[in-house]
Design a protein around this ligand. Structure first.
Ligand code: PMV
Length: 349
């Protein structure tokens, strides 16, 4: 039995080209591209203890120091689905401790960071407990594959900077089974890209992501949506390579608004933006027009706004946030995040 405690800190990511709609076993209906974050992360540790009944999965799970049955159930369900590939998962009792760097109720999706952290722990522990051997590239590919089975967007969290997940005619190595690191050298303008997350509402989402993806199955605009995502992938790759901020901003904003348009026009329909979301969007566009500073917004499946801007405009944009946008944030909450280096490992023997 392994006596090592494996700990991975894995970041969240924000999609610039959105994944919305899936088929089969967590396979995306279009390719997506994301920015890996730096601050918003989940730290998960996995250690093994002896157990008597060998057949079943047994988990002792704590989230931020407390037992959490809801999360534990999800984890067991996930482990059940992959247990045949990792004999040690059933041979031992699994002690899993997890915590987020951001407040749980901040309205930030945590499935990307939490499922990628867990998948990384499972894979690292398998190298000790099941004596599996992986070269680094293979390790991250597999980590992305297993993260994807837990949550699609988690597949993109195991790489630094930008990640791409899904088949696309514009990216040769693009793959539905696992994400890859953005394959081109991006323009240095995008080094240390900033993402300030404006918390408009802290409540949990009113539509689960599983239900949300399912809305695309019979959506009248589905076919056009997947075409749009594919042509925007081309645009964003071009913008990132050339340093074309105008194309970057228009592509990112259209993607965010299309995601919400799809939710608004699905059956049942969901309007996840709040009045504060629209106020912020309007002010961001006005500020960009007036100052010519390249700052744009994107949205997850919720009301909070991610402001994306270059490092070299950090001071100006942060002043703008403080002076004009904080008033639309609940309890004046903002998380100042930026491009991140990907997950970090710690092993305690
Ligand atoms: O990974 P999931 O199943 O929670 O889906 C994520 C969907 C979006 O966050 C709305 C878009 C994306 O690509 O991350």
């Amino acid at each position: 039995m392994s006596t090592a405690t494996i700990t991975w800190q894995s970041p969240s990511n924000i999609a610039l080209i959105k994944y919305w709609g899936k088929h089969g076993n967590q396979l995306p209906n279009n390719a997506s591209l994301s920015l890996t974050l730096n601050q918003a992360a989940t730290t998960t540790s996995l250690s093994l203890k002896k157990k008597r009944k060998k057949a079943e999965i047994e988990v002792d799970f704590t989230f931020e120091g407390e037992k959490n049955e809801k999360f534990a159930e999800k984890i067991i369900h996930y482990l059940e689905s992959i247990k045949n590939e990792f004999p040690y998962l059933t041979a031992n009792k699994l002690v899993i401790e997890s915590a987020n760097s951001f407040p749980h109720s901040a309205g930030i999706a945590s499935s990307a960071s939490s499922m990628s952290a867990l998948a990384l722990c499972i894979l690292s522990q398998s190298m000790i407990a099941d004596k599996k051997e992986y070269k680094p590239e293979e390790f991250y590919q597999k980590a992305s594959y297993y993260a994807r089975l837990g949550s699609g967007s988690a597949a993109r969290s195991v790489f630094p900077d930008f990640s791409v997940w899904g088949k696309s005619t514009h990216i040769k190595a693009g793959n539905d089974k696992y994400a890859i690191q953005y394959p081109n050298k991006f323009n240095s303008d995008f080094n240390d890209l900033q993402d300030s997350i404006l918390i408009v509402n802290e409540k949990e989402k009113s539509v689960s992501s599983r239900a949300g993806h399912a809305l695309m199955n019979h959506h009248p605009m589905a076919a056009q949506r997947y075409k749009n995502a594919e042509s925007r992938m081309k645009d964003i790759l071009s913008a990132l390579t050339k340093g074309d901020w105008e194309l970057f901003c228009s592509t990112v904003e259209t993607e965010a608004l299309e995601l919400h348009a799809l939710m608004m026009t699905s059956n049942p329909s969901f309007i996840l933006m709040k009045p504060g979301t629209l106020e912020i969007i309007e002010r961001v566009r006005r500020f960009r027009n007036e100052t010519k500073i390249p700052v744009c917004f994107t949205l997850d499946a919720g009301p909070n706004v991610h402001l994306i801007y270059p490092y070299f405009e950090k001071k100006q944009v942060r002043n703008f946030i403080q002076e004009e946008l904080l008033t639309f944030c609940t309890k004046k909450k903002v998380i100042y995040d930026s491009m991140g280096n990907g997950p970090q490992l710690r092993i305690d023997e």
